[in-house]
Design a protein around this ligand. Structure first.
Ligand code: PEP
Ligand code: MG
Length: 753
């Protein structure tokens, strides 16, 4: 056979004609095998399709005994045909009977045929069947012939799933995603979401496979590739595009593939064989997916995943479709599904419609997770392969509490979740009703409940929760979700918006706390042996004072004529605090010299999260306006116990005698000197822990917005006097933890924990 592309082109044209003929589906199949055989100068052409139960059945043949049609069956993996189906790749054999997989089927009358070329009939990464040609001679089919048969197989696959060649009920397409499916991943943000699935990067359906004019298609393909390359280059270089380190890596991979000659020449060949540009992309994508299914190496699979994503992007360019669903009409209860997503991409969606987010990859510290938390969107991540299980519009449930995702859940599962959601809504309504109620114990102890924040998206929570202000504003989040160091004006505008948002209430701005697990997408930190104890937070900003001064300048400008509270993270000694405070004074002088309006009142405080600082309290209290205890870091340094190490999780307890004694010492020392003290670590937001904190003397707690309701409810049901009497007897305990005793107290006293 002449190795030209005219062959397949002619063949595709004939196939299209057959498709519109008014004949029975079987007659169409028979005609198709006949024209393939003649076009490929083969004596035999056969189509095998997959039956439910893992059987490949001969559906049509030219050249073999017709009586074998619908009677010859092979198991997937059995014989050469079964081998092609199992491995989803072509087999090109000049001496088929000698192949180890060869399985002799006398009823087909295939004895005289020596050479055989079999290719899988693939659709969406699944094998629908096998298309095979055979010849009497020991022929070796050329590369073009293999390509041509694969192209024909792809068109055949489309015809099969369109239902125009056979009744779809007869075969196993593996494409019916109609059964319930459940996956387990990692919780990135708690909460439950139920609604309809929306793919962040929508799939496109190629409708037209066979080209009217090959050179037009070639031109369209080339233009789409050029557009795609420029779009990727733009994304990589534009400063304003918010892309994180992960997204950047993926984009770099896209760029590499978009210039890969092998990939491009495959696409062009597919177009030259008579496919539309879209179908050519899908044809090459089919190969990628089939390879992906065969690979077990996760790194290589990742790269093929990237290539698959790139092909999707190319398809969207060709079809003029948007890259994401952000600006499409969304269902009122949308659950977004994506492989990965950048924080800015999430912010691009209409928040009022997004109920949850499910990611195939990512980590709880990824920036999109931080943004999702601020937006109070439940997120489940790291569910490998979930996108393959999903049809857009499916009913889905994402349970951020158990890290489970249900696709097309059965009726009873849906009902159970409806019930859970209703209960939550009731609780939320009860908390919302309490928002204006003072936070005070039954015996009259006032406790300030503040919230932690870090993004503009957090601000509405102040009103919703009735928080008395922001006890910890993590300024590093703005740096983390951006692709470059925010400019002075960006910082001023964020800080002004925060001050505007809190109105007469307080907002405590913590200066940059970078390092450890808080990494910037655009910085390449030098590797450290112990990053949590490394060059981070105030250590970094004191060594690079320009950045800290810049930030302080922005804070002073934003707070003109208003009160301003600034605090420094990870301070380990009084001298560090004084050095940082001196920078504030320098910036105040600078402001005065330039005629700027200073804040009405400025308070400068410190986080207490390094134990060493607690041992300098008498001196420290001379210099600070307030203290905020960071129990997250304090805990890990206090017990020398890495908080990220799962083996140590639960080994030491915050509610243990040493920790409670330590915290009590801090709060008592500060109170004795009249210095305000708050606790802003996660423990403040857990009702039982918060109860213990109140018991030891804390009167100001800062926590995630969702915790304010439950903690207030705890306070309203607590008798402080009785608790403090109980706790007085516990500080000298030799127990590992006081959790049980505290829990028993709460239960017997009816304290809501
Ligand atoms: C802490 O360490 O307790 C704290 C509030 O700071 P972060 O969680 O931001 O490290
Ligand atoms: Mg900390």
């Amino acid at each position: 056979m002449a190795p030209t592309t005219a062959g397949p082109r002619l063949l595709l044209k004939r196939m299209r004609e057959i498709m519109v003929e008014r004949v029975s589906p079987q007659a169409r199949l028979d005609k198709i095998v006949s024209i393939i055989a003649s076009n490929m100068v083969a004596e035999v052409c056969s189509i095998y399709l997959t039956r439910p139960g893992g059987w490949l059945e001969l559906f049509a043949t030219e050249g073999l005994n017709k009586s074998a049609v619908h009677s010859t069956r092979l198991k997937i993996g059995e014989g050469i045909v079964g081998d092609v189906a199992q491995h989803a790749r072509p087999l090109n054999l000049s001496d088929a009977p000698m192949h180890p997989s060869f399985s002799y089927r006398p009823e087909t009358g295939e004895d005289p045929y020596q050479s055989m070329l079999g290719v899988p009939v693939l659709r969406g990464g699944r094998t629908l069947g096998v298309l095979a040609v055979q010849n009497r001679t020991h022929r070796h089919y050329g590369e073009e012939e293999v390509e041509a048969l694969q192209t024909v197989a792809m068109v055949l696959a489309e015809m099969v799933v369109s239902g125009s060649l056979i009744d779809l009920g007869e075969i196993d397409t593996g494409l019916r995603r109609d059964r319930p499916w459940r996956g387990h991943g990692v919780s990135f943000c708690e909460g439950i979401a139920m609604g309809r699935a929306v793919l962040h990067e929508p799939r496109v359906k190629v409708e037209k496979l066979i080209a009217d004019n090959v050179s037009d298609e070639r031109e369209r393909l080339d233009k789409a590739i050029d557009d795609l390359r420029s779009a990727i280059d733009e994304m990589l270089k534009t400063d304003d595009t918010v892309i994180t380190g992960e997204t950047r890596d993926v984009l770099e991979a896209y760029r590499m593939f978009a210039h890969d000659r092998g990939w491009l020449s495959k696409l062009r060949e597919a177009v030259m064989s008579g496919l539309t540009a879209e179908a050519a992309v899908e044809r090459v994508q089919n190969d990628t997916r089939a390879r992906m299914a065969r690979l077990s190496d996760p790194l290589l699979r990742d790269r093929l995943h990237d290539l698959d994503d790139l092909a999707n992007r190319l398809l969207r360019h060709l079809m003029g479709k948007a890259d994401t669903s952000a600006h499409e009409a969304l269902p009122a209860d949308t659950l977004l599904f994506a492989r990965t997503m950048g924080p800015a991409e999430l912010l691009d969606y209409d928040r009022s419609k997004i109920r949850g987010l499910v990611l195939e990859e990512g980590s709880p510290t990824s920036h999109v997770a931080i943004v999702a938390r601020a937006l109070d969107i439940p997120v489940v991540g790291r569910i490998d392969g979930i996108l393959d299980q999903l049809e857009p519009g499916d009913w889905v449930i994402a349970d951020g509490d158990t890290a489970e995702v249900h696709i097309r859940p059965a009726h009873d599962v849906r009902e159970a979740y409806r019930h859970k959601l209703a209960l939550r809504a009731q609780r939320q309504a009860a908390f919302a009703a309490m928002r204006t109620q003072p936070s005070v114990t039954k015996d009259g102890e006032q406790v300030r409940l503040l919230m932690n924040a870090g993004l503009l998206a957090d601000l509405p929570h102040i009103e919703e929760t009735g928080a008395e202000g922001i006890g910890l504003f993590r300024t590093e989040l703005q740096f983390m979700i951006s692709s470059h160091v925010p400019r002075l004006k960006d910082m001023i505008s964020l800080y002004s918006a925060v001050l505007e948002g809190v109105g007469p209430r307080t907002a405590v701005f913590r200066t940059l706390d970078l390092g450890g697990d808080k990494v910037l997408p655009y910085a390449r930190p030098a590797p450290e042996e112990n990053p949590a104890m490394g060059w981070r937070a105030i250590r970094m900003t004191l060594d690079r004072p320009a950045l800290l001064r810049y930030q302080i300048r922005a804070l002073l400008r934003a707070a003109a004529a208003r009160d301003l509270d600034i605090m420094f993270p990870m301070v380990a000694e009084v001298a560090e605090f004084r050095a940082a405070r001196a920078l504030v004074d320098r910036e105040l002088d600078r402001l005065a010299n330039t005629g700027g309006e200073p804040p009405r009142k400025i308070r400068v405080g410190t986080m207490l999260e390094v134990p060493a600082l607690a041992f300098q309290l008498p001196t420290l209290l001379n210099f600070v306006d307030f203290i905020s205890v960071g129990s997250n870091d304090l805990m890990q340094f206090f017990f020398a116990s890495d908080r990220g190490n799962p083996r140590l999780g639960g080994r030491y307890d915050l509610l243990s005698p040493p920790m409670l004694n330590f915290l009590k010492g801090i709060v008592e020392a500060a109170k004795a000197r009249g210095v305000p003290v708050t606790l802003c670590g996660e423990m403040a937001g857990r009702p039982l822990e918060a109860m213990a904190l109140v018991g030891m003397g804390f009167r100001s707690l800062s926590m995630a917005p969702a915790s304010i309701g439950p903690v207030k409810q705890m306070l309203l049901t607590l008798n402080y006097g009785r608790l403090s009497a109980l706790m007085a007897g516990l500080y000298d305990s030799s127990e590992h933890s006081l959790r049980e005793q505290l829990k028993q107290f709460a239960i017997s006293e009816g304290v809501s924990i």
